[in-house]
Design a protein around this ligand. Structure first.
Ligand code: HEC
Ligand code: HEC
Ligand code: HEC
Ligand code: HEC
Ligand code: HEC
Ligand code: HEC
Length: 235
């Protein structure tokens, strides 16, 4: 496997972050040990066009640099369950979500960081649609007890315009957090807070259905609204 180390871990030329320093220290050993196989280390121009592929070391390759507690937590969630063949960690590990990382893991671009990975969240470099698609590669189909999600074309899965005419698009990360063993949207106590951040009116004015004897405040929003597959009304 030594030759693969050469392929994956060209020493970083741009030391822009302490995570890289850690990797260089760690990797110096394997590079030295593999010096024969690495007689001609890959040193192509920073913007070479070849396409990234999945690393053969998977999660191990990523944790060389991203070895912080928050990243490791995912192994304690259903996504980290290697015994479930549908789970990311039974497939390409971190790269099942973040995309093929061979270039990112090996190359820094002087002064401009590394070739980017799929980056989840609000206002990241990855467009919302591409983020959701990554999750839907799996969640768009039935997996064990989980039904396939009908996200596309749903109310939350469709772009909308605000009063100023600006177009917004939601991603799974508007509601979910993945690098945690406690996703606040999946906790009845904290779920409504996220919903109310957009649905300010409902915080004050949501019908309480008293005449139907419904104990509204004991329910979570999810008990009544499947927010993934809400059907748009009159749109
Ligand atoms: C040699 C160190 C190193 C390795 C190995 C590495 N990363 Fe990174 N990663 C970084 C640095 C440094 C950043 C900060 C952004 C930059 O400088 O480009 C980063 C940023 C990121 C980001 C934020 C988005 C972005 O692209 O900036 C994600 C997501 C990410 N890495 C995922 C991964 C995954 C998944 C792997 C395994 C395939 C991996 N990284 C392997 C050093 C590394
Ligand atoms: C490689 C396939 C795969 C990808 C990619 C994937 N998931 Fe999952 N996800 C699963 C599986 C499998 C489960 C566990 C199902 C079970 O427990 O039966 C799961 C469970 C979940 C759960 C519920 C369990 C929990 O406590 O976290 C959420 C929420 C979730 N995924 C969100 C996401 C989001 C958001 C993304 C994209 C950032 C994503 N998933 C990407 C396969 C995937
Ligand atoms: C508007 C907020 C919101 C968005 C956006 C959202 N989710 Fe969810 N998701 C929820 C809520 C609320 C739950 C239910 C939590 C609970 O169990 O109480 C949930 C539960 C889940 C579950 C567990 C399902 C189950 O039946 O137990 C999965 C898997 C999941 N979401 C995946 C995704 C994926 C993938 C995306 C993006 C394509 C996404 N979600 C976008 C709010 C959201
Ligand atoms: C289920 C999909 C999924 C898997 C698997 C996954 N990530 Fe992430 N990653 C995300 C999401 C979503 C975010 C946005 C922040 C969040 O939700 O916690 C993120 C954020 C990041 C970031 C950005 C910086 C930060 O602190 O948020 C880095 C770096 C990263 N992940 C690295 C990794 C590494 C390393 C692994 C493997 C150990 C990994 N990810 C596995 C979905 C995933
Ligand atoms: C990032 C903003 C955002 C978040 C967070 C959010 N929503 Fe929405 N939601 C919207 C938008 C935009 C619409 C469509 C326009 C509208 O009807 O207000 C919508 C529509 C709805 C609708 C109306 C569906 C219809 O047919 O008109 C319901 C019900 C709803 N959301 C419930 C929830 C629940 C429950 C949560 C929390 C689990 C949540 N939303 C979180 C933005 C959000
Ligand atoms: C007991 C079931 C129930 C619970 C719990 C519930 N809702 Fe609703 N919600 C409804 C019904 C029914 C409607 C449609 C009401 C109507 O049209 O008069 C609705 C409508 C809405 C709408 C759309 C209003 C519109 O303009 O059409 C939003 C947004 C919403 N709920 C958000 C939430 C949020 C956020 C929570 C959690 C705090 C929540 N709901 C909890 C049953 C519920």
């Amino acid at each position: 496997m030594r030759a693969q180390h050469c392929d994956y871990f060209t020493p970083a030329r741009h030391i822009g972050s302490s995570v890289v320093i850690r990797a260089v220290t760690l990797l110096a050993g394997s590079l030295l040990g593999a010096s024969a196989a690495c007689a001609q280390p890959s040193d192509k121009p920073a913007d070479n066009p070849y396409t990234a592929h999945y690393t053969s070391e998977g999660t191990t390759a990523c944790l060389y640099c991203h070895d912080v507690e928050r990243m490791r937590l995912i192994s304690k969630t259903p996504h980290g369950n290697k015994n479930n063949p549908d789970s990311p960690f039974a497939q390409h590990g971190c790269e099942s979500c973040h995309g093929p990382g061979s270039l990112h893991a090996t190359r820094s671009r002087r002064g401009r960081g590394r070739p980017p990975m799929i980056d989840f969240g609000i206002n990241t470099s990855t467009p919302p649609e591409n983020q959701s698609q990554r999750c839907l590669n799996c969640h768009g189909k039935k997996m064990g007890k989980l039904d396939a999600m009908q996200w596309k074309g749903s109310v939350h899965g469709s772009p909308w315009k605000d009063d100023a005419g600006k177009v917004h698009e939601m991603t799974c990360s508007n509601c979910h957090e993945e690098h945690t063993d406690h996703d606040p949207i999946q906790d009845k106590q904290t779920q409504a807070k996220t919903c109310y951040s957009c649905h300010k009116k409902e915080e004050k004015e949501h019908p309480r259905f008293k005449e139907q004897a419904i104990a509204f405040d004991k329910l979570s929003c999810w008990d009544c609204h499947d927010v993934h597959q809400l059907i748009p009304q009159g749109r």
